[in-house]
Design a protein around this ligand. Structure first.
Ligand code: AMP
Ligand code: MG
Length: 319
């Protein structure tokens, strides 16, 4: 295949998708590798290109809330509330699937993950086609997710025809995934929508992001989102002499830690803005590999809001 084109031509993207080709699409979380989610042959190319194991299910992306009823059944009231409140946005609902959803999308599970992404270009695209898009993150399996068109190009540029360029992803980490059991809401993956926001509309949720919990999602794999470089958490007692670099939340957190070493600093957000930090996280992880650094330290962020999801990715990247 020729090298991928990067562009903003929605008609081109739509034509390719209608012909069952793959197109990389921007979302507010990360870039997705999209195909017609109702066509098993189109979807199978996603697994091939990503080198993704077939036990790892895909998320279906929709452009209108009414599409939920075409794809899922017995939708719990709490799921409807979350969709109304937060879509388009960074939350994926795991629901009982209808027969139209091919089993390759769900890895044979009776449930399907569905989300309406909040990116103007991709929303318009989704609203102009008659099928949902299956789209996992547009990176090789287990590697860090892409947050720019160039990230996608660098890794998949020779395997897909088109990358729709929607700029930098505003949130920069994957969606929060929730599932429903009886009246309980389980969070399977921490992500772009904070627990606090979810709980503010449906009350307490159960966090089941651990690989040892009964409900399992492959996004829970301990080693996921991993750069090649070794990441180590730091605290006051860490010997920082062996580090080639340091990931810090902000200039202020550096001051508080009184770090005087002459090693390279990577600030997730110089001013300490948590949304900016999450949108920069994966770019920073990629830079470590581009610079061929061997061992890099990082600090844990405060365990609330988006900080919780950033810590989750740092933990999985450091294993
Ligand atoms: P991504 O590669 O970021 O699109 O992640 C897709 C992730 O969504 C998978 O790795 C699973 O963790 C999760 N997922 C998708 N569908 C389901 C499902 N039916 N049940 C549980 N988790 C799901
Ligand atoms: Mg992924």
């Amino acid at each position: 295949m020729a090298v991928a084109e990067i562009g903003t031509d929605l008609n081109r993207a739509i034509d390719l998708l209608k012909l069952d080709n793959l197109v990389a699409i921007p979302t507010e979380t990360v870039y997705g590798l999209a195909a017609n989610g109702l066509n098993p042959l189109a979807v199978s190319q996603i697994f091939q290109v990503k080198n993704r194991p077939h036990f790892d299910p895909l998320i279906l992306h929709i452009g209108k809330i009414e599409q939920l009823d075409d794809l899922a059944q017995n939708i719990p009231q709490k799921a409807k509330i979350l969709a109304q409140q937060f879509w388009p946005g960074p939350i994926t609902l795991v629901l009982e699937k209808k027969d139209v959803v091919p089993s390759i999308v769900t890895s044979g599970l009776p449930t399907v993950g569905i989300r309406m992404p909040n990116h103007p270009m991709t929303l318009e695209l989704l609203q102009r086609i008659s099928f949902p898009l299956a789209a996992p993150s547009a990176n090789p399996f287990k590697y860090v997710s892409p947050t720019t068109a160039q990230h996608v190009f660098n890794q998949l540029g020779f395997q897909i025809p088109y990358i729709l360029d929607g700029g930098n992803c505003k949130i920069g980490i994957e969606s929060t995934i929730v599932a429903f059991h009886n009246d309980d809401v389980h969070v399977l993956r921490l992500g772009g929508l904070s627990l606090e926001k979810i709980e503010s509309v449906i009350g307490p949720v159960i966090v089941s992001t651990d690989i040892h919990t009964t409900i399992q999602a492959p996004g829970q794999l301990l080693q996921h989102y991993a750069p090649s470089c070794k990441l180590v958490p730091i605290d006051e007692s860490t010997d920082k002499m062996n580090l080639d670099g340091l990931i810090l939340l902000s200039k202020n957190s550096e001051k508080q830690r009184k770090i005087n070493l002459k090693i390279k600093r990577f600030y997730l957000s110089e001013a300490g803005d948590i949304l900016e930090a999450s949108s920069n996280l994966f770019s920073v992880l990629r830079q470590l590999d581009d610079l061929d650094l061997k061992t890099v330290g990082f600090e844990w962020l405060e365990e609330n809001g988006l900080g919780r999801a950033i810590n989750d990715r740092l933990k999985r990247a450091s294993n």
